[in-house]
Design a protein. Sequence first.
Length: 141
Amino acid sequence: MSYQKLDQTNRRQLADALRNDTWVVACLCAAWCGSCRDYDIAFSAWAARYPQHHFVWIDIEDQADLVGDLDIDNFPTLLIERGATVAFFGPMEPDTRLAERILLSQLEKSDADLQREAISTAERRTWQEECNLLAKLADVI
């Protein structure tokens, strides 16, 4: 399945996707946020165009035990990860075109390039420690 809303029943599926080195695009939002509800439609359509990747909608309030103290300043916030490597974390405009360009640029990178970028700046090193979905899932499943 290329798109799902994360809940207690499918966390293991997300962890398995990450363990299998699948690209995961996670949208961190909140049900009460109007922009998030609108973005969900575009996010779902984007996911349908890339069924080989795993797209997941994470409601930060419903999944508070997973999200923990992850610093989310604006909605929607995207997290793009392959395996245990966080390639991108940050707020997005409520339009998937920029997000899609970011994903496509990540897909073009070699494993070595992804690893090198993951430790290239303090911000990216923080992503690896604080935003890593695979590590967060290991703590809650």
